[in-house]
Design a protein around this ligand. Structure first.
Ligand SMILES: Nc1ncnc2c1ncn2[C@@H]1O[C@H](COP(=O)(O)OP(=O)(O)O)[C@@H](O)[C@H]1O
Ligand code: SF4
Ligand SMILES: [Mg+2]
Length: 357
């Protein structure tokens, strides 16, 4: 069994607002092993960012972690739980063992300081090295993330750089202390397609060289398929399906995963088939549906069951796979068989549009 670098159990992060409680993360379990890439996917608003920020205890007020455990490998003591740890222990993990890259580089860079000062500061904060050594390492890192002429760039300010360049600088900053896990929250969403491809390629080669694990948060299933070993699909603050990326994308079990996959052009095919967005809208965050949170949009909705019973995780059919859907709860076996590559759900599922909202 490979070594676990992060184990999240039953994580809940809620925002108590005047009009009600937003349960942004509501019982998430996750595991990441050393060196692997886990993609976290789901539509906008399903709780990906709040989950990621919760792991580093960076949730904005009035958000609060209301339950669960976040275990991080912390030699020589073994694992430390960041939910119950004190601030000092959390700071020791942040940046050093787990680093984060955000969609908007400017949210974590200061416009007032040069790249060299900002990245150097991260190194000095975590390691006992001289300023000159920190600067030398910064220049090396900038070169490592393909920033041209790093000796000159190290003394530049963020506003002097393009978006793609800044994203690279952010990755360099994240790598400064050789983290065991890099959490990248939509790291390429704001970039053009070519720059996006180059950044993803860079992430992969750095991962090979540094042996770090990556949690790649993305709403882009193509990126997930290309980059990840395993995938976790989130809906309304829950992981509704997980498993290795090939088997989940080839034979999705959860109706939400199936709908997400139908909403993108199929990989490796011409874009001739009609694409369908996931039908309906994500319910308002205050009005979490009873029973299965997906029931208001589900094409396989079972009245009297799905609107009443909260689905529990069911394992299988492959090792490491799990789904939260009542269709699988009794037997653990799929009633509508695991679809192979040629078994596109459009073809065999009776339409239930008449139940639409
Ligand atoms: N600071 C905040 N205050 C109130 N609600 C928030 C805040 N941040 C996020 N949320 C809510 O939490 C839910 C999950 O948001 P988020 O994690 O950003 O989604 P994602 O990253 O998957 O698009 C959304 O309903 C969002 O409105
Ligand atoms: S539990 Fe019911 S509503 Fe939820 S995903 Fe499964 S079939 Fe659909
Ligand atoms: Mg987000």
């Amino acid at each position: 069994m490979s070594e676990t670098v992060l184990r999240v159990r039953g994580l809940r992060t809620h925002f108590a607002l005047d009009d009600g409680v937003v349960k942004a993360v509501d019982g998430v379990d996750l595991d990441i092993a050393r060196g692997e890439t886990l993609a976290v996917v789901g539509e906008s608003g399903c709780g990906k960012s709040v989950m990621a920020r919760s792991i580093l205890r960076l949730v904005d007020r009035p958000g609060r972690i209301t339950g669960g455990e976040i275990w991080v490998r912390q030699p020589p003591d073994g694992m430390v739980d960041l939910v119950s740890a004190d601030t000092r222990a959390v700071r020791a993990v942040r940046g050093k063992r787990i680093a984060m890259v955000f969609q908007e580089p400017m949210t974590s860079m200061s416009p007032m300081h040069t790249l060299g000062n900002q990245i150097g500061e991260v190194i000095l904060l975590h390691e006992r090295v001289t300023k000159a050594e920190a600067r030398r390492r910064t220049i090396e890192l900038l070169g490592r993330v393909d920033i041209p002429d790093p000796r000159r760039r190290v003394d530049e300010y963020p506003f002097q750089m393009s978006g793609g360049m800044l994203q690279r600088a952010m990755i360099a900053m994240a790598l400064a202390c050789n983290p065991e896990l890099l959490i990248a929250d939509e790291p390429t969403t704001a970039l053009d397609v070519t720059t996006q491809a180059r950044i993803l390629e860079l992430l992969r080669s750095l991962q090979d060289d540094f042996g770090m694990a990556v949690m790649l948060i993305t709403h882009d299933l193509g990126v997930a398929a290309q980059m990840a070993d395993r995938v976790a699909v989130m809906y309304m603050g829950n992981v509704v399906e997980r498993g290795d990326v090939v088997s989940v994308f080839r034979s999705p079990r959860h109706p939400y995963t199936k709908a997400l996959l139908r909403s993108i052009p199929r990989l490796g095919t011409g874009a001739r088939e009609r694409l369908r967005p996931v039908r309906g809208m994500v319910p308002h965050a205050y009005r979490r549906p009873s029973g299965c949170p997906f029931h208001s949009r589900c094409e396989e909705f079972m009245a009297g069951r799905c609107d009443v019973t909260v689905p529990m995780p069911v394992a299988g059919p492959e090792p490491g796979r799990e789904v939260r859907c009542l269709l699988y709860e009794d037997t653990g076996a799929a009633p509508d068989r695991a679809g192979g590559p040629g078994n596109h759900p459009d073809s065999h599922r009776e339409s239930r549009e008449e139940e639409g909202t």
